[in-house]
Design a protein around this ligand. Structure first.
Ligand code: LLP
Length: 467
């Protein structure tokens, strides 16, 4: 480890760029996408495309998604499951991390399924051509419309609570109805160390059935011809670096799987959720995809052996660790404000509207100047967003070279929960996104225009100014 790296390119050698130590680097352990390089112009290159040129061509800010990194992560999950779990398995992408047509299509082409949490996400996945037998609908308050949409589409519904269970029976009780394929979400009572807002498996959670409700739920479900209950689901939280909670979860779930059998319910699927973290800073040290799958796969196999039950189809549903490290956001530097002896603010042309994670979860990111990759990192600055809000700080403390207005600043690891949580705060149009691969860049999300911003606005007749 170099102690004080002089330039971003050198630092890249250590931690930003994957100076790949293994043949099969785990994307979630790197700050930049796997294809990142510094080219002869001292610019950052991703997917064979010069980031500065991408910004010139597609505008700023710009989400740049590296297809090879996304596909590598998909394959690693798939292959590791085959290696460590002797039964059938399926990886489903938790598309809340980033749901749009192109992302769904790439993931589906790797034979992954997709988890959706709303009618909107379901609609997008279907439009992208995702097969209905690989679509799973989550949510703790699905509307009747969403449930009807899911039933009509023939996908699997992960039932969260009694209200939903009873609504489904009502919606599907007519005689010729095919039983709805459902799973039951349980709250396993497993604690993990992550931000309070993204923890879901502890008992005081809004998601899922409490363990003490399950006997009654199994009894009820076993008597409903309208329902075909195929398995159990749990998800303990997100951005988790520990393996132990994931290794413990199968034991709890398999116990309930075996209990369900005593109610005559034959459940063949076990969905253990997602949650593997990614590296946002040098000090983050998440386990690899391979290590996570090993812990989960072996955990399930052992638990089934101990309970003497047949191996269920094992489903995992990662979001962040599939896509988070595959994307960067490129911004253009604008105004600077130097407050002597206090700090220097460098402002970019986006902020909390394209990445609400710093202001929401105090998330820490790292940035590099994409057009000054070999210049010494001489300044520690605060990178501010352009929103009318003091809290709109993209990075509190960033090591950068001397920058000028017009420079291209890249914030790393922005693939998960950035675009999907983006807003039009201050009526900023949402940025464009490009998918890069082998030197080619395809627009996958068009930049919003001012016309887009007022598309849903309606001006009552009486407010229209008389000419
Ligand atoms: N399955 C279920 C049921 C989930 O609720 C989630 C995430 C996942 C899978 C995927 O978890 P992942 O592999 O991405 O950790 N907006 C927050 C994260 C919220 C996560 C919500 N559920 C953030 O920006 O950190």
């Amino acid at each position: 480890m170099v102690s004080t790296p002089a330039t971003a390119a050198e630092r890249c050698g250590v931690q930003y760029l994957p100076q790949i130590q293994s043949d099969n680097p785990s994307p979630n352990q790197y700050l930049l996408p796997l294809t990142a390089q510094v080219n002869a112009q001292n610019h950052l290159e991703i997917g064979g495309c010069d980031v500065v040129e991408l910004v010139n061509r597609f505008g700023s800010p710009l989400y740049i998604l590296d297809e090879a990194t996304l596909r590598t992560a998909c394959r690693q999950y798939r292959d590791a499951l085959k290696q460590y779990y002797p039964g059938e398995s399926l990886v489903i992408y938790a598309s809340k991390a980033w749901n749009c047509l192109a992302v769904c299509a790439v993931v589906a082409s790797e034979n992954l399924g997709i988890d959706v949490v709303s009618g909107g996400e379901l609609y997008t996945a279907l439009e992208a051509g995702v097969a209905t037998d690989k679509l799973y609908l989550h949510g703790n308050n699905k509307s009747v419309d969403e449930l009807q949409f899911a039933i009509a589409s023939g996908i699997t519904i992960v039932v969260d609570n009694w209200h939903e269970l009873k609504t489904l029976v009502e919606l599907n009780k007519h005689e010729e109805a095919t039983p709805v394929r459902i799973m039951l979400r349980l709250t396993p009572g497993i604690e993990c160390h992550t931000h309070e807002y993204i923890r879901t498996g502890h008992l005081d959670s809004k998601f899922g059935f409490d363990p003490d409700q399950l006997d009654e739920v199994f009894q009820f479900v076993s008597q409903q011809p309208a329902l075909n209950c195929v398995g159990l689901h749990a998800h303990i939280g997100s951005q988790i670096f520990e393996l132990q909670p994931h290794a413990d979860l199968p034991g709890v779930m398999v116990q309930w799987l075996s209990k369900a059998a005593s109610y005559g319910l034959s459940m063949q699927e076990l969905d253990v959720g997602g949650g593997l973290g990614i590296r946002y800073t040098e000090s983050d040290d998440p386990p690899s995809i391979d290590a996570w799958v090993k812990a989960v796969g072996e955990g399930v196999a052992q638990a089934c052996k101990a309970q003497n039950i047949a191996l269920p189809k094992l489903i995992v549903e990662p979001g962040r660790s599939l896509i988070g490290s595959a994307c960067v956001t490129a911004y253009t530097v604008g105004s600077q404000k130097e407050i002597p002896t206090i700090r220097t603010y460098i402002t970019v042309d986006g902020g909390m509207s394209d990445n609400p994670r710093p202001i929401t979860y105090q998330s820490v990111y790292r940035a590099i100047a994409a057009n000054r990759m070999r210049e010494p990192l001489t300044k520690t600055v605060t990178i501010a967003g352009k929103h009318c809000e003091s809290g709109d700080i993209v990075i509190k403390s960033a090591d950068l070279p001397e920058t000028q207005p017009g420079d291209t600043l890249v914030v790393m690891a922005t693939g998960a929960y950035n675009y999907s949580m983006a807003s039009n705060y201050n009526r900023l149009p949402r940025p464009a996104a490009v998918l890069v691969n082998a030197g080619e860049a395809n627009l996958i999300l068009q930049r919003e225009t001012y016309q887009d911003l007022i598309r849903q606005d309606r001006l009552p007749e009486r407010l229209i100014k008389q000419a």
